[in-house]
Design a protein around this ligand. Structure first.
Ligand SMILES: NC(=O)C1=CN([C@@H]2O[C@H](COP(=O)(O)OP(=O)(O)OC[C@H]3O[C@@H](n4cnc5c(N)ncnc54)[C@H](OP(=O)(O)O)[C@@H]3O)[C@@H](O)[C@H]2O)C=CC1
Ligand SMILES: N[C@@H](CCC(=O)OP(=O)(O)O)C(=O)O
Length: 428
């Protein structure tokens, strides 16, 4: 009589999770050097096999263009040899970072002589559902491997060819370095049924990280039986205070909005203190026009638009709530710093807000009152990024408060456990 193992009756996604769980158990005790060797092998393989990756990516791009995808999204999807080199370099940055596993977070000797240590351990199997941005495939794999986790990658169907090629290269390198290839797997299937399967894989997947728009996040938060770390949309603000250096404010505004408008840390709303509005708003409108940005203006900004070459349209209430991810920005004049904070508290998605000011008092008040993952003082919103923060990369930017907040790097991919060492101690 043949007996079926539970594995045989599992769905393909659950089978992948099952294999990942076994790979995670193998990865957890590995020393740093073995994980770093695998990461270096990945970086080298990405460079050696660039043409295979770029060719696969071209198929996704052709399909995206056929489907009428916007150029901003096509840009996010695009891999060039130069971008693949940059991705490989990001992997080497992760190699250079310390291994979080085994780090002693807390340690003491208790009055009874017991030695108590809290040490970092991998989470286990990490599932990530993410947008059509193939560099995330490599960032997530590198961060998970280095932190001793196995990863199940569910990228957008629109990046399927690119992700398939990237994961093939990564798995070959991981296997070649003597680590279990199943530590990195692309979730089988392009339909959203695979997302549902991941959400039901409680016990096999330790944590699910949805990285994308509001619909994805709401679906996963509402339906997942696997614990979730939410990332969030980026309705980010730049507030130009009464005490701002206006040249600096222009630079920060343009960089925050236009350096890469399709990413979540790009600015979507400009707020200007009324005391400098007459001088600043016309300059800001010109600079935004030069950068090709359309301004969705409140009546007070609109009043300065008459002689401007900027494209300015009247803002509707929806504009304050909109993450454009394009060359558009909402703009308003506010009476005070506190009104700016009120506006941000009402409309922000809690991702990143910036203040431009020369006043330490204003900077302190803004940083204290604004409740977002990142508050930038005299710096662009675009800095909210794992690479820019020195974390090597990020697996996502958590906009929730539990377990992790902000760009999630290596320590955020770990949990802890306590090691209790006695000398025959018993509890009385
Ligand atoms: N805070 C952060 O870390 C980040 C935030 N973002 C935010 O993500 C958004 C951009 O992402 P976008 O391109 O819109 O990506 P989407 O949210 O459309 O898609 C992301 C992934 O989720 C899947 N998906 C989307 N909706 C659902 C759903 N209802 N049920 C199941 N699966 C779903 C997609 O599958 P498929 O495409 O195959 O259908 C894809 O794999 C922006 O709002 C940006 O700010 C982006 C990256 C980082
Ligand atoms: N890592 C990003 C920020 C977060 C991100 O990935 O944003 P998105 O392009 O919306 O997926 C960056 O600034 O490059």
């Amino acid at each position: 009589m043949t007996t079926l193992s539970p594995y045989d009756s599992m769905s393909p996604v659950a089978q992948a999770a099952y294999r990942a769980k076994s790979a995670a158990a193998d990865l957890a005790p590995l020393p740093r050097a073995e994980k770093d060797d695998a990461l270096l092998a990945i970086a080298d393989a990405l460079e050696v096999r660039t043409s295979e990756i770029v060719e696969a990516n071209a198929k996704d791009i052709a399909k995206a263009r056929e489907n009428g995808t916007s150029e901003a999204i096509v840009d996010r999807l695009t891999l060039t040899p130069e971008r693949v080199r940059a991705i490989a370099s990001d992997v080497r940055d992760v190699v250079a970072l310390p291994d979080p596993v085994g780090e002693i977070v807390r340690g003491s000797t208790l009055p009874n002589g017991i030695d108590l240590r809290q040490v970092r351990v991998p989470l286990g199997v990490v599932g990530i559902i993410y947008e059509a941005r193939p560099n995330v495939t490599v960032d997530a794999a590198a961060l998970c491997l280095k932190s001793g986790n196995a990863v199940l990658l569910r990228g957008s169907a629109s990046a399927y060819e690119s992700n398939t090629a990237l994961v093939r290269v990564i798995r070959d390198a991981v296997g070649g370095a003597g680590l279990p290839a199943d530590a990195v797997q692309l979730v089988p299937g392009e339909s959203r049924e695979s997302v549902r399967e991941l959400m039901r894989a409680r016990g096999l997947v330790d944590v699910l990280i949805p990285r994308g728009g509001a619909s994805l996040i709401q679906t996963v938060v509402a339906e997942s039986t696997v614990p979730v770390i939410e990332t969030g949309t980026g309705n980010c603000h730049v507030y130009v205070d009464a005490a701002a250096d206006l040249d600096m404010a222009i630079d920060i505004l343009i960089n925050s909005k236009a350096q890469r408008p399709s990413v979540c840390n790009a600015a979507e709303t400009l707020l200007v203190h009324q005391d400098i509005a007459a001088e600043f708003v016309p300059r800001a409108l010109d600079a935004l026009a030069e950068a090709g940005v359309t301004v969705h203006a409140d009546p007070r900004v609109l009043a300065y638009a008459k002689d401007s070459k900027a494209t300015v349209v009247e803002a509707t209430p929806e504009d304050w709530d909109t993450e454009y991810l394009s060359y558009d920005i909402a703009a308003a004049v506010v009476d005070s710093l506190d009104r700016a904070v009120e506006h941000i508290r009402l409309w922000s998605s809690g991702h990143t807000e910036a203040i431009v000011t020369s006043s330490q008092q204003a900077a302190r008040r803004f940083t204290k009152l604004v409740d977002s993952t990142t508050v930038a003082v005299n710096a662009s919103t675009r800095f909210t990024d794992g690479g820019q923060f020195g974390f090597g990369a990020e697996i996502g930017i958590s906009t929730q408060k539990l377990h992790a907040r902000g760009p999630m790097g290596l320590p955020e991919l770990t949990s802890t456990k306590y090691i209790v060492t006695g000398d025959g101690h018993i509890r009385r």
